[in-house]
Design a binder for this molecule. Structure first.
Ligand code: GDP
Ligand code: IMO
Ligand code: MG
Length: 424
C-alpha cells in the first residue's frame, strides 16, 4: 500500500475519522499534521462512539504508531483528557502515540483571545470553534509561540510564558477592556501537563525518517477540509492552517515525494458549521430534514451544521489544489428519501459564468447557481454492503458525480458504523 493522505474536500466533517479508522488496518503509522482541537473525528464501532480531536483516528488498531506532527497546535488538557477517555475504555496508548517536540502549545490566553476577537467581529464573526486555533497559529507565524520542546524545560518555559502573558494582558486590558490572566496559574497548570505529556514527546522528524527508511506504510490524516484551507478556502471564513494536501509535508516533516496517493472525502451533499459563504445551502424545511437525518450537529461544538447540495465547482477546486486520485463518498444514506437531488455545476454572477471556484467571497455570496437534477432512489441503503445491491439510481448518482468531478469514487459510506461501507 502506497503512503496515502486522506483529506476532506468540503468545509470539514466529511467523515474522515470513520474512513481513517477503516483504512488504518493496512498501514503502520497514522499521522495528524495540521489543525488542533477544532477537529472532531467520529468513529462508531458497534454501539461504542469515539470522538477524537487530537489523537489520530487509527488509535483503535493495535500495533500501529499514531503521530501528532509539528503542524498541530496542541491543547495539552484536551490531549490528556482524550487519553484518559481511551483508558476508561481499556485502550492503552503507551508506546504507540507520539507528539512532535516542534508542535505548538495552545494556552488559555489563545482561547480567550479567540472568543474576544469573535465577539468584536459581531455580525462578521467567523464562527470559530473557540479552541484558540487562530491565535495559536498567529503566535507561531509571528515567532512568539511556545513549542512542546520548550514546555519541557521549566525555566525557559517560565520566562517565555511570562513575556507572552504580559503581552496578551496588554491586549486584554487595553484593547478589549477585559480581565488579565495570571501567568503563575498557567505556569503551574502547564508544568503538570508537561510531566504527563513528556513520555509521548519525541523528534518525530527522526521517527518519520526511520519509518520511511524501513518502508513502513504511512497514512496521513487531514483535519478540517480543503474549503477551510487558509490559502485556498473561503478566506477569511477558514481555519488557520493548510487543510488541503499541501499541509502534509510542512506539518510532519516528510518530503512531498513520500505522499503517493491522495484520497478526497466528500459527503453526498454538503455541510458547513460556522459562518461564511455556502452557495448551495438549502434553507427551510428540506435543509432541516437533511440536518436531522444526517445528525448534522458539530462533533466539537454541538452547533447545528448548515446543509446544502453537492457543489461540484467547489469539489473540483479541492481536487485540483490537492491532486486527488480518488474519492470516497460518505452519508449516501442521508439522501435515501430525497425524490430529486441537485448537483451544482456552475455559478453565475453579474452575467459571468464561473466553473472555477472564485477567490472573491462576494461572488460566492451573490451568485446564481446552475444545477443538474437527478432523480433519487427512495430506498434504504444503510443495510447494503455491496455495489451490486445498491439501487440503480444511487449508482447513477455516484456515476454522475464521478463524471462531473472527473475522479473515480472508490468507496461509498452508508452509515456511521465501521461496517457500513461499500467498495466499488
Ligand atoms: P470528520 O470530522 O470528517 O471525521 O467527520 P465528523 O465525525 O465530524 O462528522 C461525520 C458524522 O457523520 C459523524 O457523526 C459520523 O459518525 C457520521 N457518519 C460518517 N459516515 C456516515 C455515513 O455514511 N452515513 C451516516 N448517516 N453518518 C455517517
Ligand atoms: P473536522 O476535522 C468543521 C470551522 C469552524 C469555523 C472555522 C474556523 O472535524 O472536519 P477555527 O476554530 O478553526 O478557527 O474555526 O473553521 N472548523 C471546522 N468545521 N469541521 C472541522 O474539523 C472544523 N475545524 C474548524 O466552524 O467556521
Ligand atoms: Mg468533524
Amino acid at each position: 500500500m502506497a503512503n496515502t493522505c486522506v483529506i476532506g474536500l468540503q468545509w470539514g466533517d466529511e467523515g474522515k475519522g470513520k474512513i481513517i479508522d477503516i483504512l488504518a488496518k493496512d498501514f503502520d503509522i497514522i499521522v495528524r499534521y495540521q489543525g488542533g482541537g477544532n477537529a472532531g473525528h467520529t468513529l462508531l464501532i458497534g454501539d461504542e462512539k469515539f470522538i477524537f480531536h487530537l489523537i489520530p483516528s487509527g488509535i483503535l488498531h493495535k500495533n500501529k504508531k499514531c503521530v501528532i506532527g509539528n503542524g498541530i497546535v496542541l491543547d495539552p488538557n484536551l490531549f490528556l483528557n482524550e487519553i484518559e477517555g481511551l483508558a476508561e475504555k481499556n485502550i492503552n496508548v503507551d508506546g504507540n502515540l507520539f507528539i512532535s517536540d516542534r508542535a505548538h502549545v495552545v494556552f488559555p490566553y489563545h482561547k480567550k483571545l479567540d472568543l474576544l476577537q469573535e465577539k468584536q467581529k459581531g455580525n462578521s464573526m467567523i464562527g470559530t470553534t473557540g479552541r484558540g486555533i487562530g491565535p495559536c497559529y498567529t503566535d507561531k507565524i509571528s515567532r512568539e509561540g511556545i513549542r512542546v520542546a520548550e514546555l519541557l524545560h521549566k525555566e525557559q518555559f517560565k520566562e517565555k510564558l511570562k513575556k507572552n502573558v504580559e503581552e496578551k494582558n496588554r491586549i486584554f486590558v487595553n484593547l478589549y477592556n477585559d480581565e488579565p490572566v495570571s501567568w503563575e496559574d498557567i505556569y503551574e497548570e502547564y508544568c503538570a501537563y508537561a510531566e504527563k505529556m513528556a513520555p509521548f514527546v519525541c523528534d518525530t522528524v527522526d521517527l518519520m525518517a526511520r519509518a520511511i527508511n524501513d518502508n513502513s506504510k504511512i497514512l496521513f490524516e487531514g483535519a478540517q477540509g480543503a474549503l477551510l484551507d487558509v490559502d485556498f478556502g473561503t478566506y477569511p471564513f477558514t481555519t488557520s492552517s493548510n487543510a488541503a494536501a499541501g499541509g502534509v509535508s510542512s506539518g510532519i516533516g516528510v518530503s512531498p515525494k513520500q505522499v503517493h496517493n491522495i484520497i478526497g472525502i466528500t459527503k453526498a451533499y454538503t455541510t458547513r458549521v460556522g459562518s461564511g459563504p455556502f452557495p448551495t445551502e438549502i434553507e427551510g424545511e428540506q435543509g432541516e430534514h437533511i440536518r436531522k437525518k444526517g445528525g448534522e450537529f458539530g462533533s466539537t461544538t454541538g452547533r447545528p451544521r448548515r446543509c446544502g447540495w453537492f457543489d461540484a465547482v467547489a469539489i473540483q477546486h479541492s481536487v485540483r489544489i490537492s491532486g486527488v486520485d480518488s474519492l470516497i463518498v460518505t452519508k449516501l444514506d442521508v439522501l435515501d428519501d430525497q425524490e430529486t437531488i441537485k448537483i451544482c455545476t456552475g455559478y453565475k454572477n453579474n452575467g459571468t459564468l464561473y466553473n472555477t471556484f472564485p477567490a472573491d467571497i462576494n461572488i460566492l455570496n451573490n451568485c446564481e447557481l446552475i444545477y443538474e437534477e437527478v432523480s433519487g432512489w427512495c430506498e434504504d441503503t444503510s443495510g447494503i454492503r455491496s455495489e451490486k445491491n445498491l439501487p440503480e439510481k444511487a449508482v447513477d448518482y455516484i456515476k454522475t458525480l464521478e463524471e462531473i468531478v472527473g475522479v473515480k469514487v472508490k468507496m461509498v459510506s452508508v452509515g456511521p458504523e465501521r461496517s457500513q461501507i461499500i467498495s466499488l
